[in-house]
Write a protein that binds this ligand. Structure first.
Ligand code: ME8
Length: 657
């Protein structure tokens, strides 16, 4: 395959403050898919990821745990590396900002900027967000709090070194004008234009109140402010400025993939630093959106709330790496935020993977086994359906490439699924089971089998950058044991004579209700454990440590709002003539009397319920229970092994809600 040149792609380097969640895996999975796609299509790829390990936040967390900052980060970084291993992330280098190679080189980069006259010593007085390690101006705050994380900021004043960022305002604006492709999507570029338009202030690049950082080479009392340290990773990992072999080969980077809240650092501070040091700029900074949970960014601090499981390790254990990768790449539109719920995940997996892809594989392989003794036959006939399937299959590769070149992962996958869905429809159109009954149709049947095997082979090539394990499983079933080549996706002449072999379902169908229930139990358990870590009160601890209550999945307020509840008084109570467990009540609600049946004979006698004020769900559809109508429902709550009716001090019958 033609060598198309080099391609250098990076992810942000993650803070090892705690374990990563699904939001972080989103960015890394996209970078991995792009790296694999570029490798497949003939590029010499370098894919870098890593961890951003310095700063006050890490020092504070380590102090709280009673370990050194290095011990603290070593532990978390080991977990991050394990996660990437499990997820089969194909990075070429993993840079840690605490490594000697990085620290030494950052100091040399600092000196280049210093020698260009862009660093001076002054005093910093400002509003500081400790968790984000960011200084803010009054006007940047949102409701008086940090605009990134919403937490309070504190006034801080200290001696510090500054980088003359303000000097670069016009140069940055010129950069966006001359190279609009430098920063995408366009909405982010506009945001940065207006951010710079408000006037750039010089940037504080050192701190002297803590020491977990890279020493400033000209002043041992100071350590570098994290962003200068962190951003430099993209070139220190290539050896710059000591050992320039990789640097000369791969720099400037083709793309820095980053989340939208750190676009500012990558498209303002980073290019200004590089301009100052006389280093070429990266070709592109690409800002992606956030994965949201309950309308908010999934974040480390919120990671334990709600019913949704956002721990990638748990999701992978249950559904597999490729399912998670597929979901992340297919569900979200690059550049925009998107909601995560267990349900969205499960539906994607069932519809796209189990139904569309899984079915195509199992139907194709089974039919080749059944009708052709497991050997893909020769195609000798051609119908309109055959032509259409072939055209759609062989034209998909160029469409996938086009979408990938614009980072539209979801659309690239959609192009592949068009082939998959077309092939499934082709089975229905050609009805091989009917052809198989007529010996005169043998040639047609052979063609159908051949075309299905070929279409699936094309799919196995196209999905390889996104889900290589699934691709390998499909190829095994299709009996393809040669090296996979991207160019094979535009051929339709490779399957004749292959011996297929049916294997396990590549994506078993999920029982969504059951999965939802189990996932919400897992989420509740995670939340309980997390809460336990911070609760010291013995009574509260005892409650949290007892057996967890079973909780059903969350519902929207709009659903709950439909329930109409009123106060009623039980004016008659008796046992159901045909059912031991049921009690039959007459309930007065305002001017109305309703018959309502409850399955509470195990908890109450009719006499105990008589005269009680209860809460009635008015708009539950009437039901017939063993020959008697029940209209509405009395509310009870589970309590140990019994149920208890819910009562109120409000008077019955006044339509009180
Ligand atoms: O910012 N959805 O590290 P970080 C999508 N160390 N992406 C998310 C996300 C979510 N819910 N939550 C986090 C840092 N991310 C710095 C980077 S680079 C020189 C230094 C993404 O661990 C977030 O947008 O806080 C960011 O791009 C990345 O995870 C790292 O976040």
């Amino acid at each position: 395959m033609a060598n198309k040149g080099t391609y250098y792609i990076t992810t942000p380097i993650y803070y090892p403050s705690s374990n990563l969640h699904i939001g972080h895996t989103y960015c890394t999975v996209m970078a991995d898919a792009m790296a694999r796609f570029k490798r497949a299509s003939g590029y010499d790829v370098r894919f870098l990821t890593g961890t951003d390990e310095h700063g006050q936040k890490i020092q504070t967390l380590a102090d709280e745990k009673g370990v050194t900052p290095q011990e603290y980060v070593d532990n978390i970084v080991a977990g991050i590396k394990d996660l990437w291993k499990t997820m089969e992330i194909s990075y070429d280098d993993f840079i840690r900002t605490t490594e000697d190679r990085h620290m030494r080189r950052v100091q040399q980069i600092f000196m280049k900027i210093y020698e260009s006259g862009d660093i001076y010593k002054g005093h910093y007085e400002g509003l500081y967000c400790t968790p984000c390690e960011s200084f803010w101006t009054e006007s940047q705050l949102k409701d008086g709090k940090c605009p990134d994380c919403g937490r309070p900021v504190v006034k801080a004043k200290e001696e510090a070194y500054f980088f003359k960022l303000s000097k670069y305002s016009q140069k940055l604006l010129d950069l966006y004008d001359e190279h609009p492709e430098f920063l995408e999507p366009e909405s982010r570029r506009n945001e940065m234009r207006s951010f710079i338009g408000q006037g750039l202030e010089d940037l504080c690049i050192s701190r002297s109140t803590f020491d977990w950082g890279i020493p400033v080479p000209v002043d041992e009392k100071h350590v570098m402010y994290v962003w200068l340290d962190a951003l430099s990773n993209y070139i220190t990992a290539l050896g710059y400025p000591e050992d320039n072999e990789l640097y000369n080969k791969y720099w400037p980077a083709d793309v820095h993939l980053v989340g939208k809240e750190i676009v500012r650092f990558h498209s303002v501070i980073w290019p200004a630093m590089l301009m100052s040091a006389g280093i070429p700029l990266p070709k592109k900074v690409l800002g992606h959106g956030w994965i949201l949970l309950g309308g908010e960014k999934v974040s480390k601090s919120k990671a334990a709330k709600g019913m949704d499981v956002i721990d990638p390790v748990i999701l992978i254990e249950r559904y597999g790496v490729d399912a998670l990768k597929y979901f992340l790449l297919r569900e979200y539109t690059f550049g925009q935020d998107g909601a995560f719920t267990n349900e969205v995940l499960l539906k994607r997996l069932n519809f796209d993977l189990a139904n569309d892809l899984g079915n195509l594989v199992s139907r194709t392989v089974s039919m080749v086994e059944k009708y052709c003794n497991g050997v893909v036959p020769k195609a000798t006939t051609e119908s309109e359906f055959d032509k259409d399937l072939r055209n759609i299959a062989v034209s998909a590769r160029d469409k996938v490439e086009k979408e990938m070149d614009s980072f539209r992962f979801n659309m690239a996958l959609e192009e592949i699924w068009i082939v998959i869905r077309r092939a499934n429809k082709y089975i229905d159109e050609t009805a091989p089971w009917v052809l198989a009954k007529d010996p005169l149709k043998k040639a047609e049947l052979d063609t159908v089998m051949y075309n299905l095997a070929e279409a699936l082979r094309v799919v196995s090539v196209l999905i390889h950058p996104f889900m290589h394990t699934t691709s390998a499983k499909i190829r095994e079933q299709l009996g393809l044991n040669y090296e996979i080549l991207w160019d094979d996706a535009v051929r339709f002449d490779m399957s004749e004579g292959n011996t297929v072999k049916k294997g396990d379902a590549i994506f078993p169908r999920l029982d969504i209700e059951k999965e939802l229930k189990e996932l919400s139990e897992i989420a509740a358990e995670i939340a309980r454990k997390k809460q336990l870590q911070s609760v010291t009160d013995p009574v509260e601890r005892a409650i949290l440590e007892s057996v967890p209550v079973e909780v059903k999945p969350d519902i929207d307020f709009s659903e709950f709002e439909k329930v109409d509840m009123k106060v009623g008084k039980i004016i008659k109570a008796e046992r159901h003539p045909n059912a031991d467990k049921l009690l039959v009540f007459k309930v007065k609600i305002g001017t109305e009397v309703r018959q309502i049946i409850s399955g509470v004979a195990g908890s109450y006698t009719p006499e105990e319920m008589l005269g009680k004020n209860v809460i009635v769900v008015m708009n539950l559809k009437p039901r017939n229970l063993r020959g008697l109508e029940s209209h509405g429902m009395i509310i009870y709550a589970d309590s140990d092994d019994k149920v208890k009716y819910v009562t109120t001090e409000a008077e019955d019958g006044n339509g009180v809600h």
